[in-house]
Design a protein around this ligand. Structure first.
Ligand SMILES: Nc1ncnc2c1ncn2[C@@H]1O[C@H](COP(=O)(O)OP(=O)(O)OP(=O)(O)O)[C@@H](O)[C@H]1O
Ligand SMILES: [Mg+2]
Length: 273
């Protein structure tokens, strides 16, 4: 069994009002893997990742990072664990008043790096994300894909062990999405950083992830290898998301219930033409 870098155990989250946002969610994320989380809007994906580094305190359950329970950590220890878990978002969340270089320097300065060493490290990271020539530019002048590259450079600045990506490519066009995915793959391979990808884009999961968890109404309803889940989804939620198969299967079920064969329907269509 590979090592679990992040273990969620019985995670439950309730906000003041409404249904549970997470209900008894348990799974392991293995060191070095790229793990996907899919589920329709409101299923609890963002709440789940925010609970994984305690940005959001779970109402019940536990998260273990490298075997250590987050709830038992001192503030300082939790802060250090968070430095080991980078995050990127759909809206990039860059500091608009700072240059690209200074955005990447920011977490290093907070971590106590000297200005000059931080600048040197940030410059190396900008080279990694192929943005060296934009070091002195402000984020407002960058494209969406370039902004996400800065966010990635910033997220890996402190040398995290894991990177959580919440809809990181959802605001980007398909070509830019491919660029960002290949950058994430590169980071995973070169530095062995474990990556957790939340997305509603099934192609992202297919192209990037080894395993995937399917969420529905605050629960993980299915988990497994991407190929397995995509070719033979077991849950209704997975079938609905993996829509090409899902649509065909749903049509067949509908026809079956109504005592109509697919041949009859297709025959009907062909006659109409
Ligand atoms: N801060 C909050 N206060 C109250 N309810 C919240 C809060 N954050 C999330 N929720 C609720 O928790 C549930 C799960 O939300 P969450 O944002 O995790 O879903 P999601 O799967 O990320 O959806 P999407 O795909 O739209 O991003 C929703 O019903 C949402 O309204
Ligand atoms: Mg979300």
């Amino acid at each position: 069994m590979p090592d679990a870098i992040i273990r969620a155990q019985g995670l439950t989250k309730s906000f003041d009002k409404g249904d549970l946002a997470l209900e008894d969610v348990s799974f392991d994320i293995y060191s070095g893997e790229i793990f996907g989380v899919i589920g329709k809007s409101g299923a609890g994906k963002s709440t789940l990742v925010r609970c994984l580094n305690f940005l959001e305190r779970p109402s019940a359950g536990e998260v273990y990072f490298q075997g250590e329970a987050l709830s038992g950590m001192s503030r300082k220890k939790l802060y250090q664990a968070r430095q080991s878990i980078g995050m990127i978002f759909q809206q990039f969340n860059l500091l608009m008043q700072r240059t690209v270089l200074d955005n990447v320097c920011f977490p290093l300065e907070i971590a106590g790096w000297k200005r000059e060493t931080a600048k040197k490290r940030a410059a190396e990271l900008l080279e990694l994300v192929k943005l060296s020539e934009k070091a002195g530019t402000y984020p407002a002048k960058l494209s969406g894909g370039q902004r996400q590259r800065v966010a990635i450079a910033r997220a890996v600045a402190c040398g995290p062990k894991a990177l959580l990506c919440d809809e990181a490519t959802s605001a980007l066009d398909p070509e830019t999405t491919r660029d960002i995915l290949s950058l994430l793959r590169d980071i995973n391979l070169r530095f062995g950083i474990t990556i957790v990808v939340i997305t509603h884009e099934m192609q992202v999961i297919e192209n990037l992830c080894g395993r995937v968890a399917v969420m529905d109404a605050a629960r993980v309803v299915e988990i497994g290898g991407v190929r397995e889940v995509f070719s033979r989804p077991k849950s209704e939620a997975a079938r609905a998301l993996i829509n090409t198969d899902g649509e065909a299967a749903a049509l067949l079920r509908f026809l079956g219930k109504n005592g109509v064969s697919i041949e009859e329907v297709l025959g009907h269509v062909w006659h109409d033409n």
